[in-house]
Each structure stands twice: as structure tokens, then as C-alpha cells.
Design a protein around this ligand. Sequence first.
Ligand SMILES: [Zn+2]
Length: 249
Amino acid sequence: MKGLTPDGNEGTDECPICGRINAPGECDSCEHHFGSLWDGEIINSDLFDEFEKLWDKLTEIAQNLGLESSVKIKRLRKHLQLSKSCVSLLESAAEGESTTAVLLAKLDFEEGDRVCTGSMLSGEGVELYLDDKSECQALNELVRALLQALSQPESFTVVTRGSSPRRKIALTATWGNDDADSTVKLSPKTWRLIEAGAEHTRGTWSYYEGKRYHVTWHFQSGLVSINGEDGMECVKDLPVRELFVSESS
Ligand SMILES: [Zn+2]
């Protein structure tokens, strides 16, 4: 306990920017409070939720357009005259970076005191503070502008110009009692390299009991490991030949 907040709640954190005693659990915090970073995920944040909606859309479009290819990004950058920060956002989206990872990379957060709990609900977390929330609004605007630009049919033509119809290889893994699963889509070329033992990392979603969790697929030496954001090992060193493989468009 840090003393009482100005509103009389039991304070649990102190803002590193203005020094106010805050009680985020009681929604009694200064204007700088952004949310909590708990076991590697930002939670309890309206600004996070707002950004996530936009980011999910951008991820879907970037992956559908195959923007993990640098040639396609280059064409698009030229055509739409994209700024450096737009290109970097598009690359992150195409790689399937999580909302938390993007916000932590792009916004200038300050952290409150670290909190650990060791009981049944164990974990580690910290409150996140942002001196200037217009930074976050600017990021939202940037993603909105990108979505707008990418939704023009012309963008699609620019990206797919001269390439054969996009064929994709979908890989699916399941774990637990086969009640959790995740799928990644790769170009046939990338898949051939992976089968030959190449190293490749890709972020995507997994699904468990109707809920979605961010996972990272890591291929190396013909084996695949899939890890959750909280360090959970979903799949460890599975031979890639044991994955469920299908063709998709
Ligand atoms: Zn503050």
C-alpha cells in the first residue's frame, strides 16, 4: 500500500510522471495511466482495445496481400508514397506481431512499480504510463490511413502485378487434448526452405475454447516449436512432417 489516492482509495501504484498515488484496480488513476502489463500482455486498457481492432484488420489485410515479401512492400511504398513509419507498421503486421508487441515498440511508456503475486494467481506485472496520450491517437490515425489506402482496389493490383495466382501452404498444429490449435500460411517457397531445415519465425493466433491467444511459430532443422506470449510451450520440437498441411488461397 502506497497511502491513499486523492479520491480516498488504497493506492497500489505511483505515477512515475506526476507522482500521483493511483489505484488502477479501482479505476482511480491519473490521466497518464495507460493499462497494466501482465505476464507480457497489456490488459485493462481502453486505448489498447481500440488499437487492437485496427491492428487486427491491418494484420489480416497485410497477410492477405502477402506483404511479408519485401518486393511487394517496395512496390506498395512507391505507389502509395508511404513514410518510413508506415512501412515499418506494415512489415510488423505482415509478420503477425501482436498488439502488445507493437504498442510496446511504438509508444514511449514509463513503468510504475513491479508487482508480483505468488499465490494461486501467480504472475508478474507492472502499470504502464504514457506522458502524452496523443502519441497513441497518432498511431491509431496512421493505421486508419493505411487501412484506407490498402482498401483501394488499385493497391491490390500494384501488389499482385506480374505474379501468378497466390498459392499458400497452410500448416496446422494441435496440442493439449487436440482442443488447442494454430495455423500459419506460408508461400510454397518458404515451406520448401523450412522442410529443408531453414530457420523461420512467424507470429499468429491460436485458438482454445473459443478464445484467441498470440503464439510464435519457430522452425529450425526441420522441427517446429510453438510458444505462447507468457512463455508457455505449446509444441516443442515437432518434426514439421507431422504437421497437418493443406493448400489454401
Ligand atoms: Zn500521472
